[in-house]
Design a protein around this ligand. Structure first.
Ligand code: ARG
Length: 468
C-alpha cells in the first residue's frame, strides 16, 4: 500500500480534506492568533478541566491525562515567560496550544480535543476571560468611588451653582454634586455584576453545535471552572454572544458617566469657570502656547468613550444576521471586547488617580453661586410660606429679578424697603432665605443638597462600599 500523499496544509489539523493550501493572504486574513493569544491562560484552564473530565468519564486514560497535564503546565510556563512561539500557520490560540501539546507529549495531546470543538472551546475561553475582567473592573469602580467619597467629604459645605441648561439654577453643595457621580458608579457596578451571572455559564459540551456522542459530564467541568451552571442548549451555547453585548452595553454606560464627569472637569478648569485646578501630573502643555495647561486626561477619557460606544454597536451588528449556530463571523467578537475591557480599566484607573489631584477654588465657586439669582426659587418658596400661591410668587420674584438685572445687583442686595415694593408679605426674615447657605440648608431630606444630608449620604455610601 502506498503512503498517503502529504497534506497541503500540513500545519493545520483540518487539512485532510483539502487539495491545496490556503493562500498567504487568506491565511493572514483568517488568522486570529495575533489577538486571541490573550485567551491562552483561559484556554489552558478550560483544557485542563475538560481533560480531567474525559479521564473521570473513562474517555481517555489516566496516563493520557497525566501527559496532558504535564504538557499544558509547560506550555503555560512558556507563555507566561514570553517564550512560546506563536504561529499564524496555526490560525488561533487553540490550535497553537494543541499543536505544541502534541509536540511535547505525543498522542495524548491528540486526544485532548475528544468531545470538544473550537466552537464550544472559544465560547468558554471568552466567558472565563470576561468573568475575570468584570471582577477587575468592579474593583476599579470601587477605588474610584472611594476617591469620590473622600473628595465629597471635604466639600459637603462647599457651595457652588447648580446648573440646568448650563445656566445657574440653584445653589448646591459640591459634595452633593460629586455624590451624583458616585450614584452612577453604583449602578455601573451593579450592571456589571448582573451581566456576570449570564457570563458565568459553561458552553463546553456543546461541541461543534449538536452536543457530543461521548458520555461526558458537563456539570463536573462547570464546577471545576467555577461556572454557576451550563448553557442549556448546545446550538445556543456555541453561538450566543449576548453576554459580550451586555458587557459592552454596561461598559458604554459606564464610560458615558465618566465622560460627563470629564466634560464638567474640563469646563470647571477653564479660566472662564475657574472652579478647580487639576494637578500638573494629569495635564499637559502646548508645544506652541507657553501659557497652556490642558486637562488631557479628562479629554482623553471623554474621547475614548466614543470607541467603547462603537464597540457595542460593532457587536450588535456582528450578531444581527447570523444564522445558528457558530459562524466564523464570531471571531470578530474579540477585538471590540478586548479593547472595551482595556479602555474601561485604563479610564477608571487614571480617573481614580486624578480625583485626589483635583483642588477646589471655594471662593470662586461661592461667588459664581451668588451670581445668576440662584436663590430666586427660595424667595418664591418664602412667599408661599407666607401664604401666597406658588404661581403668583413665581411672578413676583420674576419682577424682582428683572429689577435687579437692570440695576446689576443680586436679590440679597435689595433693601427690605425695595423688597417690600414687590410684596408686602416680605419682612426682615427674608434674608435667611436669600443667602446661599440658607438655600442649601433648606433642602434637607433624603437626596437633598443640605450639607447635613450629604454627610449622611456619604456615611451610607461608605457602609455599602464596605459590604460590597
Ligand atoms: N478562532 C475562532 C474564533 O475565534 C475559533 C473557533 C473556530 N471555529 C471554527 N469552526 N472555525 O471564533
Amino acid at each position: 500500500m502506498s503512503a498517503l500523499p502529504p497534506s497541503p496544509n500540513a500545519n493545520t489539523p483540518w487539512s485532510g480534506r483539502f487539495t491545496e493550501p490556503v493562500s498567504d493572504r487568506v491565511k493572514r486574513f483568517t488568522a486570529s492568533v495575533s489577538f486571541d493569544h490573550r485567551l491562552a491562560e483561559c484556554d489552558i484552564a478550560g483544557s485542563l478541566a475538560h481533560a480531567r473530565m474525559l479521564s473521570a468519564c473513562h474517555i481517555i486514560t489516566p496516563q493520557d491525562l497525566a501527559d496532558i497535564e504535564k504538557g499544558l503546565a509547560q506550555i503555560l510556563a512558556d507563555i507566561q515567560a514570553n517564550r512560546f512561539a506563536w504561529s499564524i500557520d496555526l490560525e488561533d490560540v487553540h490550535l497553537n496550544i494543541e499543536r505544541r501539546l502534541t509536540d511535547l507529549v505525543g498522542d495524548a495531546g491528540k486526544r485532548l480535543h475528544t468531545a470538544r470543538s473550537r466552537n464550544d472551546q472559544v465560547a468558554t475561553d471568552i466567558r472565563l476571560y470576561l468573568r475575570e475582567a468584570i471582577d477587575q473592573i468592579r474593583q476599579h469602580i470601587h477605588a474610584l468611588q472611594t476617591a469620590l467619597l473622600d473628595l465629597a467629604e471635604q466639600h459637603t459645605d462647599t457651595v457652588m451653582p447648580g446648573f440646568t441648561h448650563l445656566q445657574v439654577a440653584q445653589p448646591v453643595s459640591l459634595g452633593h454634586h460629586l455624590m451624583a457621580y458616585y450614584e452612577m458608579l453604583v449602578r455601573d457596578s451593579q450592571r456589571y455584576s448582573d451581566c456576570r451571572k449570564r457570563v458565568n455559564r459553561l458552553p463546553l459540551g456543546a461541541a461543534a453545535l449538536a452536543g457530543t456522542s461521548y458520555p461526558i459530564d458537563r456539570l463536573m467541568v462547570a464546577e471545576a471552572l467555577g461556572f454557576d451552571g451550563v448553557c442549556e442548549n448546545s446550538l445556543d451555547a456555541v453561538s450566543d454572544r449576548d453576554f459580550a453585548i451586555e458587557f459592552c452595553a454596561a461598559a458604554a454606560i459606564n464610560m458615558v458617566h465618566l465622560s460627563r464627569f470629564c466634560e464638567e472637569l474640563i469646563l470647571w478648569m477653564s479660566p472662564r469657570f475657574g472652579f478647580i485646578d487639576i494637578a500638573d501630573r494629569f495635564c499637559t502643555g502646548s508645544s506652541i502656547m507657553p501659557q497652556k495647561k490642558n486637562p488631557d486626561v479628562a479629554e482623553l477619557v471623554r474621547g475614548k468613550t466614543g470607541r467603547v460606544n462603537g464597540h457595542l454597536i460593532a457587536l450588535l451588528t456582528l450578531m444581527k444576521g447570523q444564522p445558528l449556530a457558530y459562524n466564523k463571523d464570531n471571531q470578530e467578537d474579540k477585538e471590540p471586547l478586548f479593547d472595551t475591557i482595556d479602555t474601561v480599566i485604563d479610564s477608571l484607573a487614571v480617573f481614580a488617580d486624578m480625583v485626589p489631584g483635583i483642588s477646589v477654588k471655594k471662593q470662586t465657586l461661592r461667588a459664581a453661586a451668588a451670581q445668576g439669582f440662584a436663590t430666586a426659587t427660595d424667595l418664591a418658596d418664602y412667599l408661599v410660606r407666607k401664604g401666597m400661591a406658588f404661581r403668583q410668587a413665581h411672578e413676583v420674584v420674576a419682577q424682582a429679578v428683572k429689577h435687579c438685572e437692570s440695576r446689576g445687583c443680586d436679590l440679597a442686595d435689595l433693601s427690605l424697603k425695595e423688597l417690600k415694593d414687590f410684596s408686602a408679605l416680605i419682612t426682615e426674615d427674608v434674608y435667611a432665605s436669600l443667602t446661599l447657605d440658607g438655600a442649601l440648608n433648606a433642602r434637607s431630606h433624603i437626596g437633598g443638597t443640605a450639607p447635613s444630608q450629604v454627610k449622611v449620604a456619604i456615611v451610607r455610601a461608605r457602609e455599602s462600599l464596605k459590604t460590597g
